[in-house]
Design a protein around this ligand. Structure first.
Ligand code: ADP
Ligand code: ZN
Length: 627
């Protein structure tokens, strides 16, 4: 058969996906793989990795075999492909033997362009034998960082994937991941034997995600205020550290009228599956989860990710927040954090049975995450710098950019605090230190005679909250250490001496007092994605969503598989009055036009063509392909 022409890639993009332009390196990657080359693709979540193997699978002869660790998602991935008219299928343990046999038979007959399969199945002798009888277009290894033994997503079966290369040396392989750091990259190349692969590293910036980190005060209330002001009807993920807390926070949100569901590894598999399905398929569900939830969750319209507890390193923070806003529309990464979080994280490291060297690595990573929390400069710059990328200008969109943080000369306050820790014998926690500094007559202060210390009452002019902030920042800067074995006792560190002797100037951030409606967007808080639009636009928007959910239910697929929010928004803006005009709407390809065009057209027509006035009032969407 003749080699496929890579120029056809553009036609596939337009006709199947309904997109006009490739993003970033997509076109180069596709050209390279179509031509038979291996590739290692590092792109942030939402960057558009899937197209990089889907389109070559369509263009090349034979079937593209996609290795993915997440069985639960295969059905939806395949569903989405079928929606756009691609012959896709999956093989995993959820199928009955006769179903598998039928699919295998069809594969041998060349009926498919894409096959999704779990790594453990791929490696079985019968499956390898089946592969031997197929024309294979390529192997795509998704979530390739699962091969990394240092990472938290390690999957032993991934290591064996190098077998593919030995058995099928002429089939191109493309490995993809959203994990960026250099160590993981090296492990992927090494373990998967991708030495010859061309590397494509995209910028890791996610311009549509707004980063915000607040001081933890009354976390549930803070979360509630945030959701009410900005994400009332939106779907999102709330991360908590413990299983118990996911249940508590979910119950709290339900009480406040939100559709929230818990998710953690302690729940039975059936309930977990049901919650995940509801999150994917219904509109506006909030998943309150431990880190057990999320990898590979391919939901494009997650409008916020909230952290009620502290992700222990920047990689995890970035990976978890990255699940927001895959569709390129505005999304929020919101977090609350306080001293207790630092202590928990340190305890986690101290009590782990890892080697000392590894603990040192973990402490370094924790320190970087604390730096991100305490920074007074642009958060996006800090995050990107961590991944080795320099952003020339502050982003102008994160909390520190929008509301610059005041700093103050904390040298004297720090001396007072450190010297109180010293004089009380390095045997007490934060609360007692503050009591002494503020000159309180608590039972403990009196019974220990701490009201006789020279630092007693020398901090009475500073509010208690500010002292708490000082202690937190001293711990974050490693000028104080918290005993993690249980009592939260504070002690000095080698670095504290210089500060105590007044040799080192210290600047502290002045924690902003949380505004009543923290950072509320103008306009309809409950439809943040729409921006500030006229009432009749909101009615049309709701009508479009209604048709979408009806179709989704008929087809038994998630609503976003029918059309993304970005497509509905573009429909709202353009208001096409004919099928031909609808062809130019973002995300409407030939298959979807034929299937659903009429039904959406009926709704749009009812509302008439776009009025100039109303159009100009819609915020210009940040189309992903403008990036
Ligand atoms: P990733 O796997 O990297 O997280 P996806 O492949 O799921 O990202 O793509 C994220 C979203 O962007 C999807 O909704 C996808 O349809 C969309 N997308 C991908 N490429 C393009 C493009 N060239 N133009 C417009 N949208 C795109
Ligand atoms: Zn910024």
């Amino acid at each position: 058969m003749p080699e496929p022409d890579p120029r056809d890639a553009k036609a596939v993009l337009r006709e199947r996906y309904g997109y006009t332009e490739f993003r970033g390196d997509q076109e180069d990657i596709i050209r390279h793989v179509v031509g038979g080359g291996d590739a290692l693709v590092l792109m942030p979540t939402g960057g558009g990795k899937s197209l990089c193997y889907q389109i070559p699978s369509i263009l090349r002869n034979g079937v593209g075999v996609v290795v993915s660790p997440l069985i639960a998602l295969m059905q939806d991935q395949v569903g989405a492909m079928r929606q756009i008219g691609v012959r896709a299928t999956f093989l995993n343990s959820s199928l009955e033997p006769h179903e598998s046999r039928a699919i295998e038979h069809a594969l041998v007959g060349g009926d498919y362009d894409l096959l999704y399969v779990a790594p453990e199945r791929l490696m079985t002798p019968p499956f390898l034998a089946l592969l031997g009888r197929l024309d294979i277009a390529l192997f795509a290894i998704d979530e390739a960082h699962c091969v990394s033994q240092w990472g938290h997503d390690f999957r032993p079966e991934y290591i064996q994937l190098s077998v593919l290369h030995e058995r099928f040396p002429s089939v191109p392989r493309i490995a993809l991941t959203a994990t960026a750091d250099a160590m993981t990259q090296r492990e992927i190349v090494d373990k998967l034997r991708l030495d010859e692969a061309r590397r494509y590293v995209a910028s890791f910036d996610r311009p549509n995600i707004q980063y915000r980190i607040n001081v933890k005060d009354r976390p549930n209330q803070q979360l509630h205020a945030f959701l009410t002001a900005e994400h009332h009807a939106d779907s999102g993920i709330v991360y908590c550290q413990t299983r118990k807390k996911t249940e508590e926070v979910a119950a709290f949100l339900c009480e406040k009228g939100y559709g929230a569901l818990p998710y953690h590894a302690g729940m039975d598999a059936e309930t977990r599956r049901e919650h995940q399905q509801r999150f994917l398929r219904e509109d506006g569900v909030i998943m309150v989860a431990t880190i057990a939830f999320g990898m590979g969750i391919d939901k494009p319209d997650v409008r916020f990710v909230a952290h009620m507890d502290f992700p222990q390193n920047v990689e995890r923070y970035y990976q978890e927040t990255g699940r927001a806003g895959r569709d390129g529309l505005p999304a929020t990464a919101w977090m609350v954090y306080g001293l207790a979080d630092i202590v928990t994280s340190q305890r986690f490291i101290d009590t782990s049975d890892a080697e000392d060297e590894y603990k040192r690595v973990l402490r370094g990573k924790l320190q970087a995450m604390l730096g991100l929390c305490e920074t007074v400069t642009c958060r996006r710059q800090v995050v990107l710098r961590y991944f080795g990328e320099e952003l020339a200008e502050p982003c102008g969109a994160c909390d520190t950019c929008l509301e610059p943080v005041d700093t103050w000369d904390g040298s004297v306050a720090a001396q007072k605090a450190l010297s109180t820790v010293y004089r009380t014998g390095q045997r007490f926690g934060v609360a007692h230190q503050i009591d002494v500094l503020m000159g309180k007559q608590t039972e403990r202060v009196v019974s220990l005679g701490h009201d006789g210390l020279s630092t007693y009452g020398i901090g009475a002019d500073v509010p208690e909250n500010d002292w708490r902030s000082v202690f937190r920042q001293l711990v974050a800067a490693d000028l104080l250490r918290v005993d993690t074995s249980g009592y939260g006792t504070l002690s000095l560190t080698p670095a504290s001496r210089g500060v105590l002797r007044g040799e080192q100037e210290l600047r502290f951030r002045r924690d902003p007092t949380p505004p009543k409606r923290a950072g509320a967007r103008r306009g309809r808080g409950d439809r943040a994605v729409l921006g500030d639009v006229a009432d009749h636009d909101v009615d049309l928007w709701e009508a479009l969503r209604q048709v979408r959910i009806e179709i989704a239910q008929e087809q038994d697929v998630p609503a976003f598989v029918v059309f993304h929010d970005a497509t509905l928004r573009h429909l709202l803006e353009v208001r096409p009055q004919t099928l031909a005009a609808m062809r130019h709407v973002h995300g409407i390809g030939e298959a979807k036009l034929a299937r659903y065009g009429e039904r959406f057209l009926d709704v749009v027509r009812e509302y008439g063509p776009a009025l100039r006035k109303s159009v100009s009032r819609i915020r210009r969407p940040d189309w992903p392909d403008d990036a």
